[in-house]
Design a protein around this ligand. Structure first.
Ligand code: MG
Ligand code: FE
Length: 170
């Protein structure tokens, strides 16, 4: 028998890895974005958002009486090889990264929805409330990316047609 609370603890540990990965991916991206200033601003902002989300996950684990000292971090725990999927070395990387980020936000959204349901089932409404704050932030980011993706693509294509070959720092 596994209590829902123990499943929730496992998922929170995975979520901590997810947020660590989000920070690492976005930090790699902001080092390379050059010609898309609003993407740069939003990515920097979402790094800080993601760090706060990781803090919330640790807070939830502590509330459940879990030691967070050996918590999971690092790349690739949940998404496979995110580095290659995010198109780091492709010339169209700004579009590939935007597509990847849009998908990643939905991955986060789905995970927070599942964790909120698990917290509710486990009789942990305060944890559900804390995670809802992070869910709302991911929905906001996904919506922003959804709204920006067509224009980023159009800008990329116009720059490419005009002869630009480098869309990010090498
Ligand atoms: Mg996040
Ligand atoms: Fe996010």
């Amino acid at each position: 028998m596994t209590h829902p609370k123990d499943v929730l603890i496992d998922w929170l540990r995975d979520a901590h890895a997810m947020e660590s990965q989000a920070v690492e991916m976005l930090e790699r991206q902001v080092d390379r974005i050059e010609n898309y200033p609003d993407l740069l601003v939003k990515a920097r902002e979402h790094i800080e958002v993601s760090k706060r989300q990781a803090d919330r996950v640790r807070q939830c684990l502590k509330m459940l009486g879990t030691d967070t000292s050996s918590i999971k971090t690092g790349i690739g725990m949940l998404m496979g090889n995110a580095q290659s999927l995010s198109g780091v070395f492709a010339s169209d990387e700004i579009v590939k990264a935007s597509v990847f980020n849009y998908a990643f936000e939905h991955f986060e959204i789905a995970n927070y929805r599942a964790m909120i349901a698990a917290a509710t089932t486990a009789g942990q409404p305060e944890i559900a409330r804390i995670l809802q704050q992070s869910l709302d932030e991911e929905v906001e980011m996904a919506g922003w990316l959804e709204q920006r993706l067509p224009q980023v693509t159009a800008t990329f294509l116009a720059r490419r047609e005009a002869g630009a070959t480098v869309e990010a720092k090498r």
